[in-house]
Design a protein around this ligand. Structure first.
Ligand SMILES: NC(=O)c1ccc[n+]([C@@H]2O[C@H](COP(=O)([O-])OP(=O)(O)OC[C@H]3O[C@@H](n4cnc5c(N)ncnc54)[C@H](O)[C@@H]3O)[C@@H](O)[C@H]2O)c1
Ligand SMILES: [Fe+2]
Length: 382
């Protein structure tokens, strides 16, 4: 099964037609634009505000969504906008902004505590319509039924999962990703690659998710290093952004697995950004999974452009993992958790927290117990 966005517009400068496209969907009068200061500085928001105004639509900007937003951050953002009418949200930013916009839209129709929405299918009705416009090539949040929130008091990152979070419209415009600095290009691009790869080896993988996963792997493998080294290459940016959206489609259908389960405690306890945590964990979790996924990795290797044939086997699996590890080195993604303040003594608590992310661990192709999880964290504490 795949439930996704109502409509998707993709292409260079696709955002230029935003207002006429919105008008086709309804007589919207009061828009809230959810974003962050770094995106506002790009000038694109000012253009949207002017075009909305020329079309007789009033708009307000909410710019205080924090990276990897907390429950409180979203709750406060809601309080700051709730007293005036809103009939459409436009979320423009990375996954943090898109996730916040999705949750805000459902709070407008059902103003409950954000905490009560955490889990699967806890949202009772559709929110205000949303238009989601990604400016990172990473989460695929624009097409997923997920929103990830942080609970600092519990040192946790958790998911709100509901089809009611899916947007009315998505605009995929690679021009908006040109300004991404190399470090964010690397981390978010590896997050997108992880979505595709974990979906492909997930126990819930199916023909629909496989199609999106393999195309995502092909697009990201062929273009991420180019986008990292030459950020103004629009063609490379477009491929990675499409790859990121396809990764979101794949994970919506098949789910991510142990890499994401182990990444969440690193975000919740040590504020390690989502893409960096995934990139560090990916080769080690793949190594753990290796014997269970050898027959799946032949097609992955081909999609990555490795000259190894589609049959799989140990040598192919190792080649896939070696290439992933080479990317992390070339893009200077850290490989040592000590740099983030993690100590050997923290492993038990991290492994305990990760072992509770059963929603994702159940998708992993090989069962992972608390000792297996601890062993992976220890690999990152050389
Ligand atoms: N909903 C989902 O399906 C899903 C999937 C994976 C991850 N997530 C969540 O998404 C969040 C991470 O999102 P992200 O990786 O996109 O990072 P992000 O949204 O936190 O953005 C990272 C940084 O990049 C900046 N930025 C964004 N676009 C920019 C641009 N074009 N130019 C310059 N700077 C820009 C942001 O302001 C921010 O400082 C995490 O909370 C993660 O758990 C959600
Ligand atoms: Fe992710």
């Amino acid at each position: 099964m795949l439930e996704t966005a109502g409509s998707i517009v993709a292409g260079q400068h696709a955002i230029a037609d935003l207002v006429p496209r919105i008008k086709r969907y309804g007589d919207f009068k009061h828009v809230v634009i959810v974003t962050q200061p770094s995106i506002k500085a790009m000038g694109v928001i000012d253009r949207i505000v002017t075009e909305l105004s020329q079309a007789g639509i009033t708009s307000r900007c909410l710019t205080d969504v924090k990276p990897e937003p907390t429950v409180d951050n979203i709750q406060q953002a809601f309080s700051s906008i709730a007293s005036e009418p809103v009939d459409l949200f436009i979320g423009i930013g990375g996954g943090s902004v898109l996730d916040a916009a999705k949750v805000l839209s459902v709070l407008m129709t059902d103003p409950v505590d954000v905490m009560s929405l955490i889990g699967i299918d806890r949202i009772s009705k559709r929110g205000i319509p949303t238009v989601l416009i990604p400016t990172t090539s990473g989460t695929g949040s624009e097409v997923t039924p997920n929103a990830i929130v942080t609970i600092p008091e519990q040192e946790l990152k958790v998911g709100i999962i509901s089809r009611h979070l899916l947007p009315m419209m998505v605009i995929i415009d690679p021009v908006l990703t040109i300004s991404l600095p190399p470090k964010i290009t690397a981390a978010t691009g590896m997050d997108a690659f992880t979505h595709a790869l974990e979906s492909y080896i997930s126990k819930k993988a199916n023909p629909i998710s496989d199609m999106f996963a393999l195309e995502s792997i092909r697009l990201i493998s062929g273009n991420l290093l180019q986008a990292y080294h030459h950020g103004s290459d629009l063609q490379a940016r477009e491929s990675v952004l499409l790859g990121s959206m396809y990764g979101g489609m794949a994970l919506s259908s098949a789910g991510t697995a142990a890499v994401h389960a182990l990444a969440y405690p690193l975000g919740g306890k040590f504020n390690i950004t989502h893409g960096v945590a995934n990139s560090m964990l990916l080769p080690h979790v793949m190594n753990f999974n290796m014997d269970a996924i050898q027959d799946r990795l032949g097609h992955v290797a081909c999609a990555m452009g490795l000259q190894v044939g589609t049959e799989g086997g140990k040598g192919v699996s190792e080649a896939v993992n070696r290439r992933i590890f080479e990317w992390t080195l070339e893009m200077r993604i850290p490989q040592n958790l000590r740099a983030f303040g993690v100590k050997d003594d923290d492993v038990l608590a991290l492994a305990t927290a990760a072992s509770k992310v059963t929603r994702l661990l159940h998708n992993n192709p090989k069962p992972m117990n608390i000792d297996d999880i601890g062993a992976v964290y220890h690999k990152l504490l050389p």
